[in-house]
Design a protein around this ligand. Sequence first.
Ligand code: BES
Ligand code: ZN
Ligand code: ZN
Length: 476
Amino acid sequence: MKINIHKKLGSHNGLLLVSVFEEDLAKLSYPSAVSEFVRARMKEDGFKAEKGSLLSTYEKSGKIVVLGCGKKKDFTEKLARELGAKAAKQCRALKAKEVTVLSVPHTSEFFEGMLLTQYDIGQFKSEKKKDTVNIEIVNFVSEDKGLESELKKSAMLVEASNYTKDLVNMPANILDVDRMEREARQIAKENRYKITVFNDKQLRKLKMGGILAVNSGSRNTAKLMILEYSGGKRGDKPAILVGKGVLFDTGGYNLKPVNSIETMQQDMGGGGTVLGVFSVMKKLGLKRNVIGIIPVVENMISESAYRPSDILTMYSGKTVEITNTDAEGRLILADALTYATKMKPEFIVSIATLTGAVGVALGDRYAGLLGNDHKLLDALEKAGEEVDELGWKLPIHDDYREKLKSKVADLKNYDLGTGRYGGCLKAAAFLENFVGDCKWGHIDIGGTAFTSDPKEYQAMGATGHGLRLLLKFLGV
Ligand code: BES
Ligand code: ZN
Ligand code: ZN
């Protein structure tokens, strides 16, 4: 999509998108075709510029879409993003290839919303939809000198978000461990990041018992991928992002039932988000040292798969009794977190489709935020609010820490007594055993990574929830 910025509206190009606030209705100062049109709609149809209302017309001078924006004081970045999405859908319905945006506040978020709706879930259809016309050129009318770079930033964020969504939507027969490694290596090569990938032999040598056990039912081998970006000062402690990379979660011998198993290709959502962050972080000029750690496995059933009752020795040396093979994410993250603690980070943030329980607690609009450092969690929450990828802080109760102690090992991965109740909190209580004294925040995207009820600017399936949040949090 090409972006042009004009200081003044000339003979406008393509479809004209105009925002109208309630306060503007008394004194319309738009190009005359627009003002006349709005006045007529006010009189004949009672148009009040309510937020989210749309008007469109064909005038002699071209197509016009009027966007009702409500009251000026209520017009937030979130509304701008949603309105951008609505507007873009309308442009597509009107088959507009070129549009001109006039006077929309929070322009970059509006543009972000426009771009986010262009995401196409049909990446594997052999024939592309013939009747979709996508917007190719967007003209902005503005005197703001900083606007161009802001719009370019929006476009980069959306590209990264689309990339994460593509990965999360990809089924595990296509996104297998080799493909996941190729994706990471490609990103590393393009951006000159350092990359280390531990294979099966190295994982055994390191004694990463959690990662190896979870993958033991798969005919593919496990990998641990580590990406390193040095955007900060030499010697500055790195921020470490750890992302769950379960390419498919059958549940293992605690097999998932019908209606739970079908979308489990999403279980690498945390890892896909970390890759998305790395795909764009350098291009956005982030001045920080960042390390991404992604354990990649498949949780399958076979004669070599791990069993309930197995006792694992983790990379940290702690032993874990397996009480449920479907609580696998915490096992691979535990080893990855231990690895992270050895790199002397400023802090660690883990992101994972860790529990379905977080979806029961918070639905698909809020991710769960847990951890051991309130400042870190506040910062994640704030970043989420700014980009409309919300997070909600949840507690880890001391009793839950107790419940994960095992009679036969140091820990168990699941408490059979209390089961799924508070499952998200207990999963975090388990992870906490592996972060040492590092500052640690954890984002459970088990309810938000994938949706059947998309927001205005989302599509069915992968949402990318967490990607823009992490980038905002890291400071881009
Ligand atoms: N990958 C699942 C969690 C999940 C469920 C993510 C639905 C996205 C959508 C995770 O490995 C899992 O199976 N969690 C179980 C944990 C339980 C066995 C302790 C859960 O939350 O039901
Ligand atoms: Zn599971
Ligand atoms: Zn899982």
